[in-house]
Design a protein around this ligand. Structure first.
Ligand SMILES: Nc1nc2c(ncn2[C@@H]2O[C@H](COP(=O)(O)OP(=O)(O)OP(=O)(O)O)[C@@H](O)[C@H]2O)c(=O)[nH]1
Ligand SMILES: [Mg+2]
Length: 379
């Protein structure tokens, strides 16, 4: 069977787009007094400046709902209120109402998935009323079970925010964790800048607390933890490797290797969705043509596969005319890992999409792929 590279590129492009369009919407509530750093936090964690540029509409007197077209995130923000004890209670009731309404509609895209309750660590203390407010919120949330994370914002002194963290933890509130963060570098004076930290922990804690249907969305949106993106992308690789191995359980004639392509396309789409990096047709083309080992538009399965098999220890040659399940799995794993590497390079800004269409970039990609092939175990 002939493998048409143009068709693969198009199918891959469509699959990525579909995968991203079909992501569930993540809904979070970000609460806390005015000036604690809610907007800064939202803008630092997610890949679009939602807090400043998103379209806001007031939901209640104290809460606005921010979203953007084609962006799978809704933030409920308690914006700009000096919270007196009375207003604090009012906000808590409104937050609970949003949580309950979401819970009642039983639609994954409308329920509230997480609450970030922000406390400013720069003030070094948390008022008793705020603790009581949190306690009530935690108790009222008993049935709805939305994970509540207390985010200590503007943690300039790590030592002092650890102390504040302990104080809050000792209150045995119904929250999942207290996470200290500094969302943006903080310039103390010309000589000393406190480095931002903790946002990756916030994402890890949140990822662990979310239902699986929302983890792809979270990873797509967040820009603070490459490690978490890679972890999730590797889950897509494992799924594809399992499927490819099963497909090859009765050895696949090399001429039919194209049966693996849909599995691999699904994997590529899953990885791309997790990275949230724009994936153009030209980048997909570079990847496909480079990894298939030829620049032509139409490739023969047999040539491609026999070229690749040379790199897999123990895979043998195509003399027998078939590849085993293990080899099919190995090819798929190497492709997945190489694509994760490409996405990581782009995410870190170390290589641009354009770099992968240059000779040098292609060579790097190709040697990464061969390296991956030689690493996999075929037995
Ligand atoms: N350097 C630095 N500045 C921060 C950080 N968090 C907040 N700030 C500053 O603190 C001020 C208030 O932050 P915002 O993010 O606007 O606070 P907010 O909670 O959204 O405030 P309201 O919208 O009024 O409720 C801004 O000047 C921010 O630049 C941080 O992590 N690092
Ligand atoms: Mg704000």
């Amino acid at each position: 069977m002939a493998i048409d590279a143009n068709k693969i590129v198009q199918d891959c492009f469509d699959a990525v787009r579909d995968c991203i369009t079909n992501l569930n919407t993540l809904n979070i509530i970000v609460a806390g007094k005015t000036g604690v750093g809610k907007s800064t936090l939202i803008n630092s964690v997610f890949r679009e400046e939602l807090a400043e540029t998103g379209i806001g509409r007031p939901v209640t007197r104290n809460i606005r709902r921010i979203s953007k077209p084609d962006f799978p995130l809704v933030v409920y923000d308690t914006k700009g209120f000096e919270l007196s004890e009375k207003v604090q209670r009012e906000v808590k009731d409104q937050v609970m109402k949003i949580i309950r309404d979401g819970f009642a509609c039983k639609d994954i895209n409308k329920t509230i998935h997480c609450v970030w309750y922000c406390v400013n660590a720069a003030s070094n203390r948390i008022e008793p009323e705020e603790i009581e407010g949190l306690r009530e919120l935690g108790n009222e949330n008993e049935m709805t079970q939305v994970p509540i994370i207390v985010v200590l914002t503007q943690c300039i002194s790590k030592k002092r925010c650890q102390d504040l963290r302990k104080v809050i933890e000792e209150e045995s509130l119904n929250i999942i964790q207290v996470v200290p963060v500094l969302a943006k570098d903080y310039e103390i004076d010309d000589e000393y800048v406190a480095k931002s930290f903790g946002l990756d922990v916030l994402i890890r804690v949140m990822g662990d607390a979310l239902p699986d249907e929302l983890v792809d969305t979270l990873q797509n949106l967040q820009i603070v933890s490459l490690e978490e993106k890679i972890n999730r992308a590797q889950a897509a690789v494992v799924t594809a490797v399992t499927a490819a191995t099963a497909t090859g359980a009765s050895p696949i004639p090399v001429s039919d290797c194209a049966v693996l392509i849909p599995i691999q396309i699904t994997m590529i789409a899953g990885i791309a969705a997790v990275f949230g990096v724009e994936l153009s047709k030209s980048l997909i083309t570079s990847i496909v043509t480079t990894l298939l080992g030829a620049g032509g538009a139409t490739l023969l399965g047999k040539t491609v596969v026999s070229n690749l098999l040379k790199f897999i220890p123990g895979a043998g040659s195509v003399v027998g005319g078939v590849i085993s399940g293990a080899t099919a799995g190995a090819l798929t794993a190497a492709l997945g890992e190489t694509f994760i590497w490409v996405m990581s390079q782009i995410f870190k800004g170390e290589m641009s999409e354009k770099d992968f269409s240059t000779k040098e970039g292609r060579e790097q990609m190709s040697s990464k792929f061969k390296e991956q092939l030689s690493l996999v175990r075929t037995k």
